[in-house]
Design a protein around this ligand. Structure first.
Ligand SMILES: [Cu+2]
Length: 156
């Protein structure tokens, strides 16, 4: 087999692998609604508790069927750690950390954030099924990391 043919063959393989990986990215974005967190804003972790909206953590309705959950993450709890919304709601979670890097994850949803001090992060998900959703920190944050969790209760 001559060298040119072999080289062309491996170039084609490389292009095919790149194309397959690009398709996988497009499929995950379109098919599963995967989103990369974008820059939402900054807040000084020392004064976050006095700064809007983190001076009033909790749930507020921001539109018909749309709720915003403002949450603070600190070693080793979320504030508030229990949140209630009606079924069929679109919920936007807005978080920041007061101390170290924490995580925020709700299994079986696309809510998966890294919560860093100084940074505001956001994720939105629609909760159609009533039930109790477990939320927890998934970034190791110290001795109490394993107890850092909470609940989202979707009421009928
Ligand atoms: Cu943690």
């Amino acid at each position: 087999m001559d060298i040119d043919r072999l080289e062309r063959f491996w170039i084609m393989i490389s292009i095919a692998v790149l194309a397959a990986l690009m398709l996988a990215i497009v499929y995950s974005v379109r098919g599963f609604g995967v989103e990369v967190p974008t820059d939402v804003g900054q807040v000084d972790p020392r004064t976050a508790r006095e700064t809007e909206p983190f001076n009033q953590p909790g749930v507020r309705q921001v539109g018909p069927g749309h709720y915003e959950v403002v949450m603070l993450a600190e070693a080793w709890r979320f504030e508030p750690s229990e949140v209630r919304v009606p079924a069929g709601s679109t919920v936007t979670f807005r978080l920041t950390s007061l101390d170290v890097i924490h995580g925020f994850r709700i299994p079986n949803t696309n809510v998966n954030l890294m919560v860093q001090p100084g940074q505001v992060v956001e994720a939105t998900h629609r909760f159609n099924e009533p039930g109790t959703y477990h939320l927890f920190c998934h970034e190791y944050c110290g001795a109490g990391h394993h107890i850092m969790d909470g609940m989202l209760i979707v009421e009928r």
